[in-house]
Design a binder for this molecule. Structure first.
Ligand code: YH5
Length: 277
């Protein structure tokens, strides 16, 4: 099962590994991820079977402070350059800012992963100009406040309608439909119940057209279901990944790449053998 998204060809179900870009003690003044640490983490994820490495320079955690465009560029570009020079793996850039999209693609990124689904000023135009793969994510509200009081008439219908509209906007702006991936945005302006309902009904999102990417790894819904802290949510994350793939997801964004790759090998074998599909 092979999928082409512009410059990216992958066997699916595939794992997108999340590169840890949080500032650490090795970094320069506590603002930048040391590229040496980043490349080690990326290398481990590539060896574990990740198809894409997701590099982000802006925290979308509720309450996180805004990062300037230049600051974001300074964080992600060296990391993307070092990954692309050392490893044969695709890189996605987790950003909403057009200037970061341009700089990241110039550095070798071949996917734009945008929680604002190209709604920021100039983002749609930048993506149309760059002609790289784009992941359109559903989010209700803004990162700072999105978890305060999420409300839907029908979360599945709302997410489908939003993603339909964004896919149309993108194709009208000249982005080839073959470049698009859609994502229901687990945790982006959603209650745990909303997230579970979306996962249960994921198949309905396939009717929009583009392949599905899901990111649920370590998120708080899994904490609520298991009573576990963030760093104890591996088994829950792997279970959610398998359920998502069984419901049609092509790409799973994950922190724990080795475990997720193993689990998706099992899922894939069973899906391929399922005579009803
Ligand atoms: C996503 O779903 N999410 S950043 C809170 C956590 C754990 C993880 C409380 N970027 C997605 O990963 N990109 C993020 O524990 C994403 N889909 C795509 N495509 C949030 C995140 C996280 C938040």
């Amino acid at each position: 099962m092979s999928l082409r998204l512009g410059a990216i060809t992958l066997e699916y179900p595939a794992v997108m590994g999340i590169l840890n870009t949080t500032p650490d003690s090795f970094s320069d003044g506590g603002l930048f991820m040391a590229p040496g640490v980043a490349i080690m983490h990326a290398e481990q994820m590539a060896a574990a079977g990740a198809a894409i490495i997701d590099v982000g320079g802006e925290s979308t955690r509720p309450g996180a402070k805004d990062v300037s465009e230049q600051e974001e560029i300074d964080r992600v570009v060296p990391v993307i350059e070092v990954i692309r020079s050392a490893l044969d793996i695709a890189v996605s850039v987790d950003t909403s800012k057009p200037g970061v999209m341009r700089a990241a693609v110039a550095a070798g990124a071949t996917m734009i992963n945008d929680v604002r689904a190209l709604r920021a000023e100039g983002a749609l135009e930048a993506a149309a100009e760059l002609q790289q793969a784009v992941c359109l994510i559903h989010m209700q509200g803004q990162p700072r406040t999105m978890q305060q009081d999420p409300q839907y008439d029908d979360v599945v219908a709302d997410v489908i309608q939003f993603l339909h509209e964004r896919v149309s906007e993108c194709t009208q702006a000249g982005i080839a439909e073959e470049l698009l991936v859609i994502d229901p945005g687990f945790g982006f302006g959603k209650t745990p119940e909303d997230n579970i309902e979306l996962l249960a009904n994921l198949r309905q999102l396939l009717e929009i057209g583009p392949p599905l990417l899901i990111g649920i790894s370590r998120k708080s819904t899994l904490g609520m279901l298991t009573g576990r802290e963030v760093d104890e949510r591996r088994p829950a994350s792997v279970a959610a990944a398998v359920l998502a793939v069984d419901r049609g997801a092509s790409i799973v964004r994950a922190h724990d790449v080795a475990e997720t790759v193993d689990a998706l090998r099992v899922a894939r074998a069973v899906i391929e053998s399922d005579k009803r599909r």
